[in-house]
Design a protein around this ligand. Structure first.
Ligand SMILES: [Zn+2]
Length: 57
């Protein structure tokens, strides 16, 4: 199992309130292992904190 290190990976941006995945983005894991952004969540109908989550397969 080869796992890339240091490259850009696709992550899901997950709402910290309802746990719904609302956005996908790519990050450079070597520079920015974790991403947190305030984004609009349709389910919460509000801007909530979204945290990055590595895409599971
Ligand atoms: Zn939400």
């Amino acid at each position: 199992m080869a796992k890339k290190k240091g490259g850009r990976i696709i992550v899901a941006m997950q709402c910290s309130v309802c746990k719904k995945v609302n956005y996908y983005t790519s990050i450079n894991k070597a520079i920015m292992p974790k991403l947190e952004q305030k984004k609009y969540c349709k389910q919460c109908k509000a801007h909530t904190l979204h945290t990055s989550r590595e895409k599971l397969k």
